[in-house]
Design a protein around this ligand. Structure first.
Ligand code: DC
Length: 228
C-alpha cells in the first residue's frame, strides 16, 4: 500500500479568528507539523526591541535579520517558540510585542527572510501553517486553503479571555484598539497584504464551537488527501 499523500494546509485570516486553535487541532488529528508564522514575526519584533533596532533603519535590519534563528519545539502544552535557543513563548504574547508586530511584519526585508524559512519548513509537506499570507504567498500551491472570519465582538471576547487567562493585566478597550490597529496595517501594507486567496474556502466560525470547526476542516482535508 502506498503511504498516504501529505498535503499542505494554509490557514489565513484576521487577528483572533481562531486560526491557531484550528491549526493545532487539525495538525494533531492528521499527525502533521504545525507552524505558527505569527510567532515568527513576534519573535523578530522581540529581537528588534531587545537590541534596539530601529524599524526604519534598513541597514541595521539587514545586518541583524540573518542572526535571528526561530525554532519551534514541542512541549506538554503544545509548541513553544525559541529565539536563538531561548524559550520566548510567553514574552512574544505580551502587549509590548503585539503593539509593534504589525509594523515589523510590514518590512519587506523581514518578510523575505520569514517566508524563506517557512517555505523550507514545508518542503516535505505534511504541515498546517497559519498566518496572513500563507495561501497567497508562502504556499500558493497548498492543497487546502482556509480563510477564517468571525464577527468583531466574538474576536474581541476570544482575545480578551485568552490574555486574561494567561494573567495579563489589560482592559478590553486596549485589546480592541490593538486588534483594529493590526488588522488595518496587516491588510493595507504594500508587501503581501492580508487577503483571501482566490481558491481559499472561507469559514465564518462566529457561531461554531472549536469541535464543529475542526470537523468541517477535517472533512475538507480528508477529501484533499484522498484525491491523489
Ligand atoms: O497571528 P498573530 O496575531 O500572532 O500574528 C502577529 C502579527 O504578525 C500580525 O499582526 C500580522 C503578522 N503576520 C504576518 O504579517 N504574516 C503572517 N504570515 C503571520 C503573521
Amino acid at each position: 500500500m502506498s503511504p498516504a499523500k501529505k498535503i499542505i494546509i494554509a490557514i489565513d485570516g484576521y487577528a483572533s479568528t481562531g486560526k491557531s486553535t484550528l491549526a493545532k487541532s487539525l495538525a494533531g488529528k492528521l499527525g502533521y507539523g504545525y507552524i505558527d508564522t505569527g510567532a515568527m514575526y513576534r519573535a523578530t519584533t522581540l529581537f528588534f526591541q531587545r537590541h534596539k533596532v530601529d524599524f526604519d533603519d534598513l541597514a541595521a535590519i539587514q545586518k541583524s535579520i540573518y542572526s535571528i534563528k526561530i525554532q519551534f519545539r514541542p512541549s506538554e502544552f503544545g509548541n513553544r517558540t525559541f529565539l536563538n535557543g531561548e524559550d520566548v513563548e510567553e514574552e512574544i504574547r505580551t502587549m509590548k510585542v503585539s503593539e509593534k508586530v504589525s509594523e515589523v511584519a510590514a518590512i519587506p526585508l523581514v518578510r523575505r527572510s520569514m517566508v524563506a524559512q517557512q517555505q523550507e519548513m514545508g518542503t516535505e509537506r505534511g504541515i498546517v501553517m497559519d498566518g496572513r499570507d500563507i495561501g497567497t504567498v508562502v504556499f500558493r500551491d497548498a492543497e487546502l486553503k482556509l480563510f477564517l472570519t468571525a464577527n468583531p465582538m466574538v474576536r474581541l471576547k476570544r482575545r480578551f479571555d485568552e490574555l486574561t487567562a494567561k494573567g495579563h493585566q489589560i482592559n478590553e478597550e486596549e485589546v480592541k484598539h490593538n486588534l483594529e490597529h493590526r488588522d488595518h496595517i496587516d491588510s493595507t501594507r504594500d508587501d503581501s497584504p492580508l487577503r483571501k486567496a482566490e481558491d481559499a474556502i472561507e469559514l465564518d466560525n462566529s457561531e461554531l464551537t472549536p469541535e464543529e470547526q475542526l470537523e468541517i476542516a477535517l472533512r475538507y482535508a480528508k477529501q484533499r488527501i484522498g484525491s491523489n
